[in-house]
Design a protein around this ligand. Structure first.
Ligand code: ADP
Ligand code: MG
Length: 731
């Protein structure tokens, strides 16, 4: 009788590469955006009036009125029906971390009994899914269970294909009855608006023509791909997305032969397939390659406006999961699916673009535009310095705890890397701008800075791959974001703290100008002040080193090692204030979110603890005992035929070793269970999360240590769980 592991291995051996159609004669541009209601399509299906109204609200976030909404809905319906769509859904991003859809058909029956297909402005603008089934942090308990999804006209509707079914998806925000947000998108849109306003005001110091600033986001998505049958033979991968047990393979990533290596064919077919699906949905994927760890890969699109980029990333994760099934593969988006092997992140490249076509984090062509660059650059550093705890909180999750601070990922300490040249520039501003700074000084300094900045910034050698927040020539790259995260969390924080800092900057400059300083001199004075004040957040060295942790402590930087601690940032007075002042969250919303995130943490650790107990007891121990019985049988036989103890010394020793590990696994599983019970009795969710973090979780490593030792000694034939070498190296 072969166990599920061997059946899975057999199925991998027989797996065939799924042929995919390829692009035929077509170029990517021929399929790009074909399932999206945007661009030329909109023009074709809408009247001039409706088109203008839609474009206007997409740009300014203004409401589309009822009459126009009816027209837009009619256009969307006509377009969708021509493509075989029968249903529509409000597509939203609740705090569960996945996307949600509730499908309704266009089909309806009128009062006189006639059946027709209907999709009007009402259906487009608003729907009512039950808010009580989604995380709401107690918000709905005090009000009503009702929640609304409301159309976001700034993100285009699209058609999702699943088998032969096609659904029209309307991107929406999800809010409670009283208007409090229950999703990722609502606060994101608010943060984008706040940043727009604050950044435009500051732009006007340099250029009156700017009337809109958008945050841009280009994410890089890392993921693992493994065989589906093998994944299905591992309950931990199935239920938690990561392996809770498993000894490292003899060969890991030490040979570094995977990075940028050739992509295995089965995975290549999968990539092409999900890329095609993504192109149809308008996701502008650009890059694909192998990552450092075996079976790890990355893809990245061309950057987009932040809201669209976030939608596209959540869509992509969805598409990847679906398409992987067609190829009998499993895409693992977890931050740390395998112990001892690199984890996966999602680098968030972030910048600001004006409607005049300027990237505000890209050095300018003239001394004047370079001063504008310097302004936004320094303000970004100041923002990270002032609110590093919020950025840390934004990336905190049970999953990411396994990755941050491990030897291949940024530490939990937030710092900013800017490279030698820009460090020199900042030093120069700091040392040369004095209290009595004259117009002549200003001109010379600006010219000097200008000479220092151009071209060199795109230089790839001047990079630091270990920094959690690095300037990379024309954008900042936030690298500590977890691979399964919704990019909105870090983006909301980044946009908000930048808005806050820019608002303060404007006030500070205005104050000096009122006192009689020339505007550009005032700008330089305030920049100098910000450079000095934010110095301690800048770090150019190796973020992975132990020395940095010590140095950071000396500098007084935060180092929140775990999620329950990191999340506190959202409920400090300072944290609540900055979100409140910028119109992102009410204080109550923040408290609700804090509770949701802690609950999520507890649930994740709880599920893992249960599963680990189960695996240890039902998989590991029976295999170990089974093998031990064979050894006992063997010893008995050898004894029987009259051999002396010397001839079965090794067997006796093994029996003892196995007994030791069995005992340890068993004792730790029992102790973990007890601790978990006590943790569950704690009513306060914050204290419960801490208990899970500091008292339940430590058992994971203890149990794993002994279980993995057993994996090394137990007869391979008897081991029920696919091993690391099989998961990571089977093609
Ligand atoms: P790498 O960081 O791997 O060297 P690149 O620097 O080319 O690669 O870009 C990485 C990501 O940064 C890409 O997704 C790209 O679209 C994005 N990006 C480039 N410019 C910007 C920008 N102005 N705003 C946001 N993202 C950007
Ligand atoms: Mg990068």
């Amino acid at each position: 009788m072969s166990n599920i592991r061997f059946q899975a291995l057999q199925s991998v051996a027989n797996a065939e590469e799924k042929k995919i159609s390829g692009y035929g004669e077509k170029r990517i541009t021929a399929i790009f955006g074909t399932n999206v209601f945007s661009g030329r399509t909109i023009r074709e299906y809408l009247s001039d009036e409706a088109y203008k109204s839609l474009m206007n609200s997409a740009k300014n976030g203004s409401r589309v009125d009822r009459r126009m909404a009816d027209q837009v809905a009619a256009g969307m319906k006509a377009w969708a029906e021509e493509r075989g769509v029968t249903h529509f859904t409000h597509w939203f991003q609740p705090l569960t971390g996945t996307t949600a859809e509730k499908h309704d058909s266009f089909f309806t029956i009128k009062s006189d009994g006639t059946a027709i297909e209907l999709f009007d402005g009402d259906a487009l603008i608003q729907q009512e899914p039950d808010a009580s089934s989604f995380p709401n942090g107690g918000i709905r308990a005090t009000f009503e269970a009702r929640g609304y999804t409301a159309w976001d006209p700034s993100s285009p509707a699209f058609i999702m294909e699943s088998g032969s079914g096609k659904t029209l998806c309307i991107p929406t925000i999800f809010i409670a009855y009283n208007g409090e947000s229950l999703d990722y998108k609502a606060p994101l849109l608010k943060s984008i608006a706040a940043l727009d306003k604050a950044a435009v005001d500051v732009c006007h110091f340099f250029d009156k023509n700017v009337s809109k600033v958008t945050a841009t986001l280009g994410w890089e998505q890392e993921y693992f791909v493994i065989d589906e049958a093998l994944a299905n033979a591992r309950p931990d991968l199935m239920m938690c997305g990561r392996t809770l047990l498993g000894h490292g393979p003899a060969k890991g990533q030490q040979l570094e032969d995977h990075y940028f290596g050739s992509i295995p064919e089965r995975v290549y077919a999968f990539m092409q397939d999900f890329e095609q699906e993504s192109y149809k949905l308008g996701i502008p994927l650009r890059t694909r390659h192998n990552e450092v760890a075996p079976s790890q890969f990355e893809c990245a699109p061309i950057f987009e406006e932040c809201n669209i980029a976030v939608d596209h990333n959540t869509l992509l994760m969805d598409v990847m999961n679906k398409v992987a099934k067609r190829h009998k593969l499993k895409a693992l988006l977890h931050e740390k699916p395998f112990a001892g092997v690199n984890g996966s992140g999602k680098h968030n490249n972030w910048s600001l673009a004006t409607d005049t076509g300027v990237n505000l984090l890209s050095p300018g062509k003239t001394p004047r535009t370079n001063l504008m660059f310097l302004t936004f650059f320094v303000n970004a550093i100041k923002a990270v310095h002032d609110y590093d705890d919020l950025l840390r909180g934004a990336i905190a999750s049970a999953n990411n705890d396994h990755r941050l601070g491990a030897n291949e990922a940024p530490p939990a300490i937030i710092s900013v890397y800017i490279g030698k040249y820009l460090s020199d520039v900042l030093d120069e501003v700091e040392s040369r701008v004095k209290e009595k700074f004259t117009e002549q000084d200003e001109v010379i300094l600006k010219l000097d800075i200008h000479k220092q900045i151009p071209e060199l910034l795109m230089d790839n050698t001047d990079r630091n791959r270990t920094s959690p927040f690095a300037f990379t020539g024309n954008k900042f790259e936030f690298r500590a974001v977890g691979s399964s995260a919704n990019c909105a969390s870090p983006m909301v924080v980044l946009n908000t703290i930048m808005a806050e800092t820019l608002k303060q900057f404007k006030k500070d400059v205005d104050a000096l100008v009122e006192k009689g300083d020339k505007k550009e001199i005032a700008v330089l004075q305030v920049l100098r002040d910000y450079i000095t004040k934010s110095k301690k957040i800048r770090f150019e060295g190796d973020n992975y080193s132990a020395e940095w942790a010590e140095e950071a402590e000396r500098r007084g930087l935060n180092n929140f090692k775990t999620t329950p601690e990191a999340l506190d940032a959202f409920v400090t007075e300072k944290g609540k204030q900055v979100f409140y002042d910028n119109g992102i969250y009410s204080k109550r919303e923040l408290e609700a979110r804090h509770e949701i995130m802690l609950e999520d943490y507890v649930k994740k650790v709880q599920i893992e603890a249960r599963l680990l107990g189960y695996l240890a007891t039902n998989h590991v121990l029976p295999a170990a005992i089974n093998y031990q019985n064979t050894l006992v049988e063997n010893v008995r036989g050898l004894k029987e035929i009259g051999l002396d103890k010397k001839s079965y010394k090794a067997q006796l020793h093994l029996i003892e070793v196995i007994s030791g590990h069995i005992q340890n696994v068993n004792d730790n599983v029992e102790a973990m269970l007890e601790t978990r019970k006590r943790a569950n009795e704690i009513a306060d969710y914050h204290k419960r999360a801490l208990k899970y973090c500091h008292e339940v979780k430590p058992y994971f490593d203890k149990i794993r240590y002994h279980a993995d030792k057993l994996e090394l000694v137990v007869d391979d034939k008897l081991w029920p769980l696919p091993k690391y070498r099989e998961l990571l190296f089977m093609r």
